[in-house]
Ligand binder design. Structure first.
Ligand SMILES: Cc1ncc(COP(=O)(O)O)c(C=O)c1O
Length: 444
């Protein structure tokens, strides 16, 4: 009954989004341009709300409903939406054109800034997306080592490019989609995070492995932190075998502190991929790291490695917004501390509640990244693979729907806290989750 009522309430209150969803599915494959943006709602006969604006911690849809938002545009908007100082810089640039396709002063300033903030970055290349940066990082590693294979973490999402779209979702079957090479042909090997057997795997493939790529916290894969000890082990073992270690910091970079997360961890990779936050809300990707690896891309050297070539690479507005956000983040120690603490306690409080109430839900994540898993059975201290394996898409969709009915938007259950969120909002989020999850659990 609860679910039926929730569905009816949602549909009745979103007439404009319903109409737009119908039009959307007529012209766009599956109605979307990014697969997760349907929030799985079509699975239960619903549709996503069409969002038209965002300010601070809230967004508003075309039915004029305002929500507390925890998605933060794929975790990119750490200061919240429509940051006024970024807006001002962008408006100024708009008077002087918004694309040039030339070398830019801003990209130099941005590269200088990233390099000065981060010990492992000696040289940088900008592109337009995180996907591209992961693709180019593996190419640079292959060229540098003369080896062909790349190891990635199971459930690690580095974008859907042909290079690394393997063993991302359950059931893990290797390649994630028709239309790409089998994992053996593509030379991709999957590793388990936080598992000592990686020593054996790297040793076994040491003569073929160009790179190991890993996110310090698996983001899209389920919000699973990688143990610092495991990252140190990866560092030691890759160094031992001259394998390039790549950290994908597209989510974690500038998320927990005013620099890449590796600086807090004290583990330094050879290459780092970056994106999201550092673009200040504009499209960006970056590859940075050891000079001898990145500088292979210098177009004036013989036998250079071709990376880049995007019409919009180092897009002026991305560089301008990026510089501004990095400036803002420099003065945001208190904000970081606040949202990191709030996120950690939200995860703890929710899990205590789920355990007390014996509910098949689990919160994972790290600091301001919070993922809510709707699962099909109660589990005690499950491993990441079990959590993902028992993920229940229909339940997730109903959870999302019930959150939307209570004016909360998120993705992957919740998403990420921003500097714009108040403590009261987080309390309210927790309260709402504690209200809806027992009701949903009675029926699913
Ligand atoms: C860890 C990680 N790497 C790479 C990507 C791909 O980045 P983009 O969506 O900018 O192409 C993402 C995007 O979600 C990501 O979370």
């Amino acid at each position: 009954m609860f679910l039926k009522k929730e569905l009816a309430q949602y549909i009745a209150s979103h007439p404009k989004s319903e109409e737009m969803w119908k039009r959307s599915t007529d012209v766009l494959a599956g109605g979307v341009s990014h697969n997760i943006r349907n929030l799985n709602l079509p699975l239960i006969g619903a549709f996503p709300p069409f969002i038209k604006e965002g300010h601070g911690s809230t967004v508003k849809d075309i039915d004029n409903i305002t929500y507390d938002d925890y998605w933060g545009a794929h975790y990119a908007m750490i200061t919240g939406y429509s940051n006024p100082t970024i807006q001002e810089k962008i408006e100024h640039q708009l008077e002087n054109t918004w694309h040039l396709g030339t070398v830019l002063e801003y990209q130099v300033l941005m590269a200088e800034r990233l390099i000065s903030d981060n010990k492992s970055l000696e040289h940088i290349r900008f592109c337009t997306s995180g996907t591209e940066s992961a693709m180019y990082a593996t190419r640079l590693a292959r060229a540098h080592t003369g080896r062909k294979k790349v190891a990635k973490a199971k459930f690690g999402w580095h974008g859907a490019a042909d290079t690394l779209f393997y063993d991302v979702r359950v059931p893990l079957t290797g390649k994630e989609t028709r239309g790409i090479l089998d994992d053996k042909e593509a030379g991709v090997i999957s590793i388990n995070i936080n598992d000592q057997t990686v020593i054996e795997v790297l040793n076994q493939h040491k003569n073929e492995l160009a790179a190991v790529i890993v996110e310090p916290v698996l983001g899209g894969g389920g919000g699973f932190p990688v143990e610092p000890e495991f990252l140190k082990l990866l560092r030691e073992e890759t160094e031992r075998h001259d394998i390039v270690l790549i950290f994908d910091e597209i989510i974690t970079g500038y998320r927990f502190c005013n620099s890449l997360y590796q600086n807090e961890l004290g583990v330094y990779p050879d290459l780092t991929t970056m994106g999201k936050i550092i673009g200040g809300g504009f499209p960006i990707g970056a590859i940075g790291g050891r000079n001898d690896i990145v500088e292979q891309a210098n177009p004036t050297i013989p036998d250079r490695v071709w990376i880049g070539g995007g019409t919009f690479s180092s897009y002026p507005l991305s560089m301008i917004a990026g510089l501004e956000i990095l400036e803002i983040l420099k003065a945001s120690t208190d904000h970081y501390h606040r949202i990191n603490t709030l996120g950690d306690s939200l995860i703890t409080n929710l899990n205590e509640f789920f355990t007390e109430e014996n509910l098949a839900y689990i919160a994972t994540g790290h600091k301001s990244l919070v993922t809510l898993h709707s699962i099909s059975q109660v589990m005690e201290s499950p491993e990441p693979a079990e959590i993902v394996h028992y993920g229940d898409k229909k339940k997730e969709a109903f959870t999302q729907l019930a959150l939307l009915n209570r004016k909360i938007t998120g993705m992957h259950g919740i998403g990420a806290l921003s500097f714009a969120h108040s403590e009261d909002q987080i309390k309210d989020l927790q309260q709402v989750i504690q209200t809806i999850t027992p009701e949903i659990s009675k029926e699913i």
